[in-house]
Write a protein that binds this ligand. Structure first.
Ligand code: SAM
Length: 232
């Protein structure tokens, strides 16, 4: 259960809304019960229920069980997709351990908005499911042009290009350090966008093989590969 922290030894936190409902009504916790909570700042705590009301549940942090994990310095810059497909990308990117997701709007995007609360709830559920002690940051939606304009000098932007590039695993191994992956929408990038990305000084075009993958497959498979090669 992710709670807003930071938690500290013997600190108390009052949960309301969906979290109180889940603990109070679904799990039927009672005073004295043990609950494990994570604050995305210090780590995972063994907590004790100190009050369980109809609308709120209060927890007291007892012992720090796991210090918050180190998050790989990898940003997934993914063009927005139809809702279920982007939801899948958020879920799998969380499982794989990305540090942040940067949703993008590009010329061929069919979607141009992302509900930030919904996105956070998807990544929170995914992190809880696989016992992560950190959540990926969901950055505000950006246009591709703005992303490239503001790109930092110290981060490699691996550009997943279905028209070809360096084999992904080789490019990941040859470029250690802060990284990001750029993946287009269902219809891909247009030629002007491709040229703009390819001419960016920090971009390196990569291929994920000779087949054209669906955008969500490209995001998930390239992220898995980067994590296997560099994501300690
Ligand atoms: N423009 C293409 C078309 O409509 O035929 C397809 C775009 S593909 C569905 C969506 C995105 O996935 C691309 O923009 C690219 O970033 C990524 N992608 C798909 N296959 C890839 C591959 N073999 N290598 C690298 N990236 C790939």
């Amino acid at each position: 259960l992710f709670v807003s922290g930071p938690l500290a030894q013997d600190s108390e936190i009052a949960l309301e809304g969906a979290q109180a409902h889940y603990l109070g009504k679904v799990m039927r916790v009672a005073v004295g019960d043990a609950v494990i909570a994570c604050d995305d700042e210090t780590g995972e705590w063994a907590c004790e229920v100190v009050s369980a009301g109809k609308r709120d549940v209060v927890l007291r942090a007892r012992d720090l069980l796991r210090v918050r994990e180190d998050v790989p310095d990898f940003v997934l810059c993914a063009a927005l997709l139809k809702k279920p497909n982007f939801d899948l990308v958020l879920e799998k990117a969380t499982e794989l351990g990305v540090g942040a997701v940067q949703p993008l709007v590009t010329r061929r995007c069919v979607a141009d908005k992302l509900n930030p609360e919904r996105a956070v709830s998807i990544v929170t559920e995914a992190a809880e499911q696989c016992a992560r002690t950190a959540l990926p940051r969901i950055k505000p939606v950006l246009k591709l042009e703005a992303l490239l304009r503001e790109w930092p000098d110290d981060r490699t932007l691996f550009f997943a290009d279905e028209q070809g590039g360096e084999p992904a695993a080789r490019a990941f191994t040859a470029n250690p350090g802060p990284a990001a992956l750029l993946v287009g929408p269902e219809g891909g990038f247009d030629e002007e966008e491709r040229a703009m990305v390819r001419s960016h000084p920090k971009a390196r075009a990569i291929t994920l093989g000779p087949r054209i993958l669906r955008a969500e497959t490209a995001s998930i498979s390239a992220t898995a590969l980067w994590m296997a090669v560099a994501g300690d």
